[in-house]
Structure formats: structure tokens, C-alpha cells
Design a protein around this ligand. Structure first.
Ligand SMILES: [Zn+2]
Length: 319
């Protein structure tokens, strides 16, 4: 081998080593970047939306249940459990809808030195589940449970955003100012919708909403001084109401001349439609923010935009 060829080979080898080690260092940098970000796992839509609004792209946010799913029927898969185990922050509501969380917490799946647990019901005053007028009695065992649907009250929603932003700030102080600013902006937007709802309620003709469906909005009703009749309590899993319940709601609508019967997001609205046919009123969908449809999720709808959608519904239903 000539001397020149030897030199060329040595140079090529050196170059190769340089290229390989450079690309490794790039990879190292990349994973360092994403591991610097908080890895947050949330169970429900409201907490997902609030978290996203606060952190935007400064943290990884996983929405465990995902859009379109029935929050009460959800059970975590093995993959979901790994996501929870690997998270820096795990955010849950902490009601009977999330009984599975209690099991996970008891099972030692989560290392609390690694994963910060945030139970959002800690930041609001919870109420006991109430029996809704007209509803099927389906709550034999769970009667004394607290009502977990805290986010339906905009005032609670503001508290949740504040609470989450304070926790994120503690865990990720380098983004403190961003989180606080984003939280303040979102709280202002929620307050804006709350004021608009209050205006509608202040000018209302009636104080009752009729649900041909489940009625998970007790916190909302309490906040605005409204009452409801419904086919089912809270989030009962019963599919078909009895003839007695249907007749009761039809008579109620006729007697009180109620203009609208409601059904909730992700429902078929079939019960509401058949009651409306008999009673001669309109059917409208109300957003309880329990979960979001796939379509709304993909088009970037938020807690605020969906609550805003309720304004037209409330205008018609309360007048
Ligand atoms: Zn529910």
C-alpha cells in the first residue's frame, strides 16, 4: 500500500468517527431537551384543556382517556399505566368515576418520589350528589358519594386553572412566568364566559333546565341559581329511562311550557327527542365538558369555546 493511500484511509476513518460521535451527541441533546420538559398525564378533558392552556408547548401533556370516550366507562390499559408510571405529574379528579385511580395508587405502580400526584378536587369545595327531580333512582350503593363534576362551574374552573398553574410553577420554575401569564389569560377568558352566562340568567324567564338525559351539571346549577329535572341523576349508567320517568318529564314540559329539552355531548339524544315529540318542544345539546367529541377535539375546541357554545342553548332554554 502506498503511503498516500494509507493517509487517505486514516483520514476517512477519523472523519467517520467524527461523524458518528457528532450524530450521537445530537441525539443525546435531543433526548435531554425533551426530558427537561415536564411530562404531564391527565385523566379528563377539563384538566387536559386547562393544563394545555397553561403549559402550551413547554411540557408534554398526555390525555389518557382521549376524546370521544365515555369517562365513566374508562379503564386504563397496560400502556396507560406505563404512561402514568413514567410521568412527572399525574392529574386526576378523584371521584367515583375514577375508582380505578384509587386502585392504581394502592398498587404501588406510582413512585411518589418521581411522580407528583395532583387531585384537582382538593382545590374546590365539593358537594354531595343530589337526587335530580324526576330522575330514575339508580344510586343505591353510591348514595353518599360526593359530586365529581366540579368543572361545570366556571368559578371552579378558574380555581382549577390557578391551582394547576401554581403546581406547575413549583415543579418547573424556569417556566414560571410563562405559566402564570398563560393561566391569568385563560382565567380571564373563563371569567368572560361566566359573565355572559350570568347576563343570560339575569334576564331569564324561567329557572329550570330539563335534561332528557343524565344531569352532571349540579355545580353549574348552583353557581347560577338554576334547577333541573332530568331522566337520570349525575352520570348514571342506565341506558333507558322508565315510562314513568318519561311521562313525568313530558307532563313537566307541558305544564311549565318549557321550550327546550337538553341532551349532553356524546349522547344520542334519543330519549330527549322522543320526549320532545310528545311534549312539543325543541331539542338542544348542552356541553357538560365531561368529554369532548373527536371532531371538536380535532378542530381545537376548548373548555371556553364549548362553554361559549352553551350560551345560545341557555338563551333558548331559559326563555
Ligand atoms: Zn360524570
Amino acid at each position: 500500500m502506498s503511503k498516500n493511500l494509507k493517509i487517505i484511509i486514516i483520514v476517512i476513518v477519523i472523519l467517520l468517527i467524527a461523524i458518528i460521535s457528532f450524530s450521537f451527541s445530537l441525539k443525546g441533546k435531543k433526548s435531554e431537551d425533551s426530558s427537561n420538559k415536564l411530562n404531564i398525564v391527565v385523566t379528563t378533558f377539563s384538566t387536559y384543556d386547562f393544563t394545555k392552556q397553561i403549559v402550551q408547548n413547554n411540557a408534554e401533556v398526555t390525555y389518557l382517556m382521549g376524546p370521544g370516550a365515555d369517562s365513566h366507562g374508562y379503564e386504563p390499559s397496560a400502556k396507560d399505566l406505563i404512561k402514568i408510571k413514567e410521568s412527572d405529574v399525574f392529574i386526576y379528579i378523584g371521584g367515583e368515576m375514577e375508582n380505578w385511580v384509587d386502585k392504581v395508587l394502592k398498587s404501588d405502580t406510582i413512585d411518589e418520589n418521581k411522580t407528583k400526584l395532583i387531585k384537582v378536587t382538593d382545590c374546590v369545595e365539593t358537594i354531595e350528589e343530589v337526587e335530580v327531580d324526576g330522575a330514575e333512582d339508580t344510586y343505591e350503593e353510591e348514595h353518599n358519594a360526593f359530586d365529581e363534576h366540579i368543572w361545570t362551574s366556571p368559578t371552579n374552573a378558574k380555581k382549577m386553572v390557578k391551582y394547576l398553574s401554581e403546581e406547575f410553577t413549583k415543579l418547573d420554575s424556569k417556566n414560571k412566568e410563562i405559566y402564570q401569564k398563560n393561566a391569568d389569560n385563560y382565567i380571564a377568558k373563563i371569567e368572560d364566559v361566566r359573565i355572559k352566562i350570568q347576563e343570560i340568567v339575569s334576564n331569564k324567564k324561567r329557572d329550570i333546565l330539563v335534561f332528557g338525559d343524565k344531569m352532571p351539571m349540579q355545580y353549574f346549577l348552583n353557581e347560577f341559581g338554576l334547577r333541573a329535572s332530568a331522566a337520570f341523576n349525575g352520570c348514571s349508567t342506565e341506558a333507558e329511562p322508565s315510562t314513568k320517568t318519561i311521562t313525568y318529564l313530558i307532563n313537566k314540559i307541558k305544564e311549565e311550557n318549557i321550550p327546550v329539552i337538553l341532551y349532553i355531548e356524546l349522547g344520542t339524544g334519543n330519549t330527549a327527542k322522543s320526549i320532545a315529540n310528545e311534549a312539543g318542544c325543541k331539542v338542544m345539546q348542552i356541553q357538560t365538558l365531561h368529554n369532548i367529541s373527536k371532531k371538536d377535539f380535532d378542530s381545537g375546541e376548548t373548555y371556553v369555546s364549548l362553554m361559549t357554545r352553551n350560551l345560545e342553548v341557555l338563551k333558548e332554554a331559559l326563555n
